[in-house]
Structure formats: C-alpha cells, structure tokens
Design a protein around this ligand. Structure first.
Ligand code: MG
Length: 230
C-alpha cells in the first residue's frame, strides 16, 4: 500500500471515550498501594490531560515518596496497574463519544492511518479500545511510559508510523484531543490540532488555546473536512 499523506492521532479519555468509570483511577490507586505500600487516592489530582506516569508520581509525592525513590517504583507500579485494569475494565461500547465510530470508519475508507497518543499506560489504552470495540481502527500508538511528555509521544507515534511504512516523509500529522495540554503538545511537536469539547474542559477554554479547529463533538468533523483543512 502507498504510504499515506496524513496520519490522524487520537487522545483517548474525553476524545474517543467519556465517563469510562472509576476503574482506571482504581487500578492506579491499587497498584500504588500494592507496590509502594501506601494508601493514596487520585482525589484532588487534575488527572484530565495528564500522563499516567505523572499521576503516579504525584500520588507517590503525596505519600511522601519523591525523586529517585519514586522513579524506581514506577515500572513495577505501572505493571501492576495494567494487570489490575485488564481484570476490572468494564464493557465500554456505550462510552464511545458521539461521531467517533463514523469518523474512524470514514478515515479507514479513505486509507488514512489512525493512531493513539494518550497519557494511558499502553495495556490500559489497548484494553479500553478493545472493550469499546474500536481496536481495529488503530495501527500505531505512543503511550505513557514511552516518553516524558505528550509532545514526545506525538513525535514518537509519527516516527513509528513512518517506520511501519504507513505514512511518507513530510506527511501531515493531525492530533485530536480534548484538553489544553493536547493543544500545547501538538504545537510543540509540529502537529495540527483539532480540539473537541467532549471532555471536562469548556469550549471557551479550548478556544483560548487557539487550536487549528474546534468542534463541540466529533459529529461535527467530517473526514473530508480534516483532510482538506485546517
Ligand atoms: Mg483527554
């Protein structure tokens, strides 16, 4: 197959899925308790738009575990969180945001490769996609644990898509996300950004970040529309 001229990357929480339940937070909390032996909740941590890695570091800091000691625990906590999430993740087919399936099908018909760029740990991300019935649409991804920032994850996902022959050199990279952090990351990585208002952030706040395009939900976004512009 010819390498495509466009790669569309999607955030997960608030973008592809919403109100997916407390299971992800629970998995992080139980993993910290199991591995670090401290009870901490995610309450009060602004988890939207954050990488799981940073959420875990913040939880550990609140329990008094910081710096190198915290970073040393991360790999094992990450493995535990993923194992727990795989076991407790519910059926998510009814949590798919409006317009998502139609957009993914339209992009697939046009031969546009799609990928995931999310703050979720990798197995948590793929488990959500499988339980939502969306897994088949994504051929590449970058996840918490693959890099230190969301911008680094965007660059990495694009590089993986190029190496896999999905896109050519100079292909346009479009990121779709629901949080000001997604807008900033796309700018930093040189990607175009479509902000969608299905997450916890208001449309006004997203527009203040000056995305290339803002839509209240993905029903407003036609495949042709994002491929021709912004
Ligand atoms: Mg999000």
């Amino acid at each position: 197959m010819e390498p495509a001229a466009t790669l569309v990357l999607f955030d997960i929480d608030g973008t592809l899925l919403r109100r997916a339940g407390p299971h992800h937070r629970q998995a992080l909390e139980r993993a910290v308790a199991r591995v670090a032996g401290v009870a901490v909740s995610t309450d009060g941590i602004p988890v939207a738009g954050m990488l799981d890695r940073d959420i875990l570091l913040e939880m550990l800091a609140r329990a008094g575990v910081r710096g190198a000691a915290a970073r040393r625990l991360l790999p094992e906590i990450g493995r535990a969180a993923q194992n727990i999430y795989v076991r407790i993740c519910p059926d998510l087919r009814r949590k798919v945001c409006p317009g998502v399936r139609a957009l993914l099908r339209a992009l697939a018909r046009r031969g546009v490769p799609c990928g995931l760029v999310t703050g979720n740990l990798e197995r948590i991300a793929w488990t959500k996609m499988r339980r939502a019935g969306l897994e088949e649409f994504f051929s590449v991804g970058a996840f918490s644990g693959d890099g230190p920032t969301r911008a680094a994850l965007l660059r990495l996902a694009a590089q993986r898509a190029r190496r896999a022959g999905l896109i050519g050199r100079g292909a346009r990279i479009i990121y779709i996300g629901d949080h000001p952090n997604d807008i900033r990351a796309a700018r930093e990585a040189g990607a175009r950004i479509v902000a969608v208002g299905t997450g916890v952030v208001s449309g006004e706040a997203l527009l203040a970040g000056q995305p290339d395009l803002y839509v209240p939900d993905l029903r407003e976004l036609r495949a042709a529309g994002i491929l021709d512009g912004p």
